[in-house]
Design a protein around this ligand. Structure first.
Ligand SMILES: *[C@@H]1O[C@H](CO)[C@@H](O)[C@H](O)[C@H]1NC(C)=O
Ligand SMILES: *[C@@H]1O[C@H](CO)[C@@H](O)[C@H](O)[C@H]1NC(C)=O
Ligand SMILES: *[C@@H]1O[C@H](CO)[C@@H](O)[C@H](O)[C@H]1NC(C)=O
Ligand SMILES: *[C@@H]1O[C@H](CO)[C@@H](O)[C@H](O)[C@H]1NC(C)=O
Length: 420
């Protein structure tokens, strides 16, 4: 009790010191960035801040505690009838056809954009694309993960493309797709990978083996200690990386536990006795975090995005499940749908997060938490407008809530930059 009291009475002093040190930092980095950027001297630049921070590291450390008291992922969605969305529109070519809810005439395709995320204890500044381009000049930003990360990548691309048209399309570091905003030498790329680890078809060898002896005939070989080639070079290329994995670990339609199970290999040998997918996930996370640490650039910022929730109701995607709500869920509906206790159709989001939090606890990854805020948005999936035989209650309409993820992403980066 006494100790807490003492600490809290020191807080005002701390904040004062911190305030001034940040102030000094700001003016230092402003000086540093003027030469390289005559048009926007008022903005901080990410690279010069990193350089400045190495000198003033001690001064800023204490700032972290005060800064992080605001949790941007805790809040609610507020309907704003007058909200104007003009960061990009449905004509952005990078939007995957099935996600373009406005062009596909989803009845609430535009209404989705009137719901604004309000963190409980802090202000979430609107995304300023010019400021972003400027701050992250000469920077490479990589999204590594499944199609949900592509969904977020597309949102960022469309937002930036709207204000800066001079773009080169290419495949940096063997990415699936990527773009450089030439005026700013800012590159963003999407590296497609389902499990992070390398995997491929496996079938029994006529000459026998340990898995064959256990009766396995077919499945997928997953090498827990080998990154998939699609992103292997990403950590040495990018300055900012945002990882994710999850949906595919609970995807029995592909990794059928009986017909085509995941068969885990380590150091090139099958793991005996075979381990189930949730244990495999722990192994993969451990190895991939180690790999990133070893191959990343020393100043890089690495985030792990938490799970993006699905909203299938009345069955899973292949059992006629759908998501036809036109408004976000209420808090009690969220609990009913996602609580681990209820073990419902979409339970995997919170399950995967448990593994994720455990794995990154002692690593240099920052958690980028979008799960709970997204759990409310049963209204924001393409649903029947996705153009598939079944409803798409997994990806998100664009424009849509991955725009809000990007708002959080930038705010997060800005706070890390100051803390580093
Ligand atoms: C930072 O703190 C360490 C130990 O507390 C000290 O040795 C070092 O000189 C300090 N660096 C600066 C730049 O103040
Ligand atoms: C959406 O509606 C417009 C106007 O009614 C129509 O021209 C277009 O074909 C529709 N698009 C789809 C995918 O149904
Ligand atoms: C562009 O940025 C990269 C780092 O991301 C840097 O290596 C390269 O030199 C920059 N190019 C120019 C022309 O400044
Ligand atoms: C959760 O439900 C699935 C089927 O929907 C079942 O296979 C599994 O055993 C259940 N898990 C728990 C912990 O009850």
């Amino acid at each position: 009790m006494a100790a807490t009291k003492k600490l809290s009475s020191l807080f005002p002093l701390f904040s004062l010191i911190c305030f001034f040190s940040v102030f000094i930092l700001l003016s230092l980095s402003r000086k540093a960035s003027i030469s390289s950027s005559p048009t926007y001297p008022q903005f901080l630049q990410y690279k010069s801040v990193i350089a400045t921070n190495n000198i003033g590291a001690n001064a800023t450390t204490s700032y972290a505690s005060g800064w992080s008291s605001c949790d941007y992922s805790d809040g609610s969605w507020i309907y704003d009838r007058d909200a104007r969305f003009d960061r990009y529109d449905s004509s952005c070519k990078e939007i995957f056809k099935g996600w373009n809810c406005i062009l596909n005439n989803k009845s609430n395709g535009r209404a989705i954009l009137h719901w604004l995320w309000k963190p409980r204890n802090c202000h979430l500044p609107p995304f300023d694309p010019l400021k972003f381009l400027h701050t992250f000049r000469d920077t490479n930003v990589g999204f590594v993960g499944d199609s949900l990360n592509r969904n977020m990548f597309v949102s960022l691309f469309c937002t930036l493309r709207r204000v800066s048209g001079d773009v080169k399309k290419w495949r940096p570091a063997e990415a699936d797709r990527g773009f450089t905003f030439l005026r700013y030498n800012l590159t963003i790329a999407y590296h497609r990978t389902n499990l992070l680890a390398r995997y491929g078809r496996w079938s029994a060898n006529g000459n026998g083996g340990k898995l064959e002896a256990l009766g396995y005939k077919e499945g997928y070989r997953v090498d827990v200690d080998i990154p998939e080639g699609t992103w292997e070079k990403a950590p040495s290329f990018h300055d900012i990386l945002i990882f994710s994995t999850g949906h595919w670990w609970w995807a029995p339609s592909k990794f059928d536990p009986v017909k085509s199970p995941m068969l885990f290999f380590e150091k090139g040998l099958p793991m005996i006795p075979p381990i189930p997918p949730d244990v495999g996930l722990d192994k993969v996370l451990k190895h991939m975090i180690r790999f990133v640490k070893k191959t990343m650039q020393p100043d890089a910022i690495i985030l792990f995005r938490t799970q993006s929730p699905r909203h299938f109701e009345g069955g899973d995607w292949d059992q006629g499940g759908s998501c036809q709500r036109l408004q976000p869920l209420l808090p009690e509906q969220v609990e009913e749908l996602f609580s681990l206790k209820n073990n419902g159709t979409n339970v995997e989001a919170r399950l995967v997060n448990k593994h994720l939090y455990k794995a990154i606890k002692w690593s240099n990854f920052h958690i980028f938490d979008i799960t709970h805020m997204s759990e409310f948005r049963a209204d924001a999936h393409p649903s029947t407008a996705g153009g598939k035989k079944h409803d798409d209650c997994m990806h998100w309409c664009l424009p849509g809530i991955t725009d809000t993820w990007n708002d959080l992403f930038v705010t997060h980066l800005n706070s890390l930059k100051i803390r580093n």
